[in-house]
Design a protein. Structure first.
Length: 509
């Protein structure tokens, strides 16, 4: 019994000491940022996590010199990767900006470009300290160490391991890879348990959804979660995993993951090997491989086509790109519509856009659909499919070409425009897909011809061999005129000459 008390006593002491060590370690892993601390784009530009992997502070705008945003980024790798941006729709600041943890307990951005300070962390309570954690989470604390605000609860376009997307929370991509402003798509964790991607329009509805987990009515307060092994899954409030988006990878030291909705509207899971030299981000999983799937990828009056799996946004006939060099910006007329007359129709097969028709003709033909649009001054374009003609006004949005869709688009253009040569996309859209189909058909025909030739050759061979085998036993000379001399046995010669009574031939003299 004394031995038991001795062991129990020392176990308690060991536990207390261990707890103290763990607490001390935890504090060491938390970088404390105190009131009065400040950052500037030049010089001390960020507060790093204890390991140096993540940092909070200024990061430069890509491809633009002297312009900076504030955010959280991976600072411990050569490829500085931004995972959160503050006030993303504000313009970038110049080198004279200052990020300050002020005496009121708020982190504010001061810049000569702004008339007043911008609040970085929007919280009504005053913070006493802040910390950049090794998890990638930037946190504000009160005087008791309680969390007041954290970036993990206010994601922009990225989820990190142990971060979750809760009900009603949305992720928005940047406009482009160099512009973090709110983009054209969104990913939302809905209250019905369904994780859905929509075109970012107001208001958006089911007709604007282009991807979903199809987990509706699977429970309340479902959240999207990412663990440290790249396992992306949906979990309900009871902790039950209701759906796996990815299976996760085997635990590997030095491997990190993040999930991001990219500017093209597709959300992807990425991995990065910290232990490999010249490592780059690798796509582990993506919501769709069809880059024309995101509704609204192409701007107004253009449509999405895939050329060798690369998306493009050609303008409708009679339209030109609004912003040269930005193929997703949309298109506008290349002429001024002064009157309703002098118009023609240009045709685009396998092409459609959002159905916002103001008038529908049923049980009609292609020609009648064209004529109806020409005669109606309000009609700018029409969609024809299965004897139905839907007439529409401009602008046309969410356009897409799909070779599996039988829709035909009729676009009204100026009569002078219609006389010009057809634009390349009217013939070349999806040319790679057509080329692949042609190759497959040609290969099939070649195989059929080859099989037929082999079969015919075998038939001819067997026919000739059979002919030789069918030469009569009496050795009639007329069967042998066109073949080489043959040798015969004594018995055969005796039989052929009727006992050597009949002369069948004579050698040369």
């Amino acid at each position: 019994m004394q031995r038991f008390h001795f062991l129990f006593k020392h176990s308690i002491i060991f536990f207390i000491l261990s707890s103290g060590c763990l607490t001390a370690t935890a504090k060491q892993r938390r970088s404390n940022i105190s009131i009065g601390s400040s950052l500037s784009p030049i010089g001390n530009s960020s507060w790093r996590s204890p390991s140096g992997l993540y940092a909070f502070g200024f990061y430069p705008q890509s491809n633009v010199s002297g312009r900076y945003y504030v955010g959280v980024f991976l600072a411990g790798i050569p490829e500085k990767t931004v995972v959160w941006t503050a006030n993303r729709d504000d313009p970038p600041v110049s080198t004279n900006a200052t990020l300050l943890f002020n005496s009121e307990g708020s982190i504010v951005l001061r810049s000569s470009q702004q008339s007043q300070d911008s609040l970085i962390a929007d919280d009504s309570q005053s913070a006493s300290s802040a910390s950049m954690l090794d998890s990638g989470n930037f946190v504000l604390y009160d005087s008791n160490g309680k969390t007041l605000w954290q970036t993990f609860e206010h994601p922009t376009d990225t989820l990190l391991p142990n971060q979750r997307l809760s009900v009603g929370t949305k992720l928005f991509p940047g406009i482009s890879e160099t512009n973090p402003s709110t983009g054209k798509f969104l990913l939302i964790m809905q209250g019905d348990g369904n994780l859905v991607q929509y075109a970012n329009i107001n208001p958006y509805g089911t007709q604007h959804a282009y991807w979903a987990s199809n987990t509706y009515n699977k429970g309340d307060n479902v959240s999207l979660n990412l663990d440290e092994n790249g396992h992306l899954f949906l979990m309900n409030t009871t902790g039950v995993n209701i759906f796996n988006l990815t299976g996760g990878e085997n635990p590997t030291k030095g491997m990190i993951y993040l999930m991001k909705i990219d500017s093209d509207g597709i959300f992807r899971l990425y991995s990065y090997n910290l232990r490999r030299q010249n490592s780059t981000w690798q796509v582990v999983w993506e919501s769709t491989s069809d880059r024309c799937d995101p509704i609204g990828f192409c701007g107004f009056n253009s449509f999405c086509v895939l050329n060798d799996q690369i998306p493009d946004c050609p303008c409708l006939p009679g339209f030109v790109q609004i912003s040269q060099g930005n193929f997703t910006s949309g298109c506008e007329r290349n002429y001024t519509a002064e009157s309703c007359g002098n118009k023609a129709i240009r045709e685009l097969k396998n092409t459609k856009w959002e159905d916002v028709s103001y008038y529908v003709l049923s049980e009609t033909t292609e020609e009648k659909c064209k004529q109806a649009c020409l005669e109606d001054c309000n009609c700018e374009a029409a969609l024809f499919k299965e004897e139905e003609c839907k007439m529409q006004r401009l602008p046309l949005r969410f356009g897409r070409r799909n070779l599996r869709d039988s829709s035909i688009a009729f676009v009204k253009v100026d009569d002078a425009t219609s006389s010009s040569p057809q634009a390349p996309f009217s013939v070349e859209g999806n040319k790679k897909e057509l080329w692949k189909d042609i190759v497959i058909i040609c290969l099939f025909v070649a195989v059929v011809i080859l099989i037929s030739a082999v079969t015919f050759g075998i038939f001819i061979y067997r026919y000739h061999v059979g002919s030789y085998r069918r030469i009569p036993g009496n050795g009639s000379a007329r069967y042998c005129e066109d073949i080489a001399p043959l040798s015969f046995s004594y018995a055969e010669l005796e039989k052929m000459t009727d006992g050597f009574k009949e002369e069948v031939g004579r050698g040369s003299s």
